[in-house]
Design a protein around this ligand. Sequence first.
Ligand SMILES: Nc1ncnc2c1ncn2[C@@H]1O[C@H](COP(=O)(O)OP(=O)(O)OP(=O)(O)O)[C@@H](O)[C@H]1O
Length: 280
Amino acid sequence: MTAPFLKLTDVCKSFGSTQVLKDISLEVKPGEVLCLLGDNGAGKSTLIKVLSGFHEPTSGTMEVEGEPVKFKSPRDASDRGIATVHQFGGTFPLMSIGRSFFVGAEPKKGWGPFKRFDNKFAGEIAVREMRSLGITRITDGNRLVGGLSGGERQALAIGRAVHFGAKLLILDEPTAALGVKEATHVLRIIMQARQQGLAVILVTHNVTHAMKVGDHFAVLIHGALAADFRKGERTREEITDLMAGGEAMAELEAEIAAYETAHEGHAPEAGDLERMLNEK
Ligand SMILES: Nc1ncnc2c1ncn2[C@@H]1O[C@H](COP(=O)(O)OP(=O)(O)OP(=O)(O)O)[C@@H](O)[C@H]1O
């Protein structure tokens, strides 16, 4: 059996007295897509930030390839092969494709004071990496990133991550702003990354997209892992219900809190509680 690339055990994250992540235990293996699902405010972004070194967990452990890790910065996470791609690809609209691809790691040509950015090389590599992800329409690395479609920008960002040695790709809502065709293309790129043996964490609200590419699913509700299951173990309706259930429970909790505030800290009586539950 393949060993996990990343393993979390009882990871918690609090900000002051607010506990945002509660005892998260999860793993993702090479060549596997883990879909992280959850409603707004469930804790998905916070979990991504913990995984990518922006936040340190308050407690719990993380292991990468079997070794315990403590990320002090995003650099530490990227040094371990964890790359996060955000919704719009995190690329720079006014840069050329080649320059954007190599930001922070610019290839140089010439020597001494004559050293300069090797534009031709950068453009060729960027175009080649995008081509390997199925983007064949882009042949000129001098084109501006701003002129690319949303899907092409995602491909550029993913190609860049792969080129610089990512082993785990974290994709944050990569299809959210895209049309159907572009979204399908991005899903295809995810499948390709998976085939190349990368581990992928796909964060999405879209159950249909998740079901198309996911091998493994984790649903967060109020910062806790409400469900963790593999492909085929739940139907689309069950997954959608789970996510919607989280929302309804949140409303109920808010009603109970409001009741307690209005009744000098007294919890609702059984009858009142039953009425609230029946309204859900
Ligand atoms: N720095 C912080 N300080 C205090 N609370 C925070 C902080 N960051 C996040 N939270 C809270 O943690 C909860 C989870 O937020 P998070 O952004 O992780 O959710 P999410 O699932 O990514 O939501 P969305 O899908 O809307 O982006 C929210 O209630 C949020 O207000």
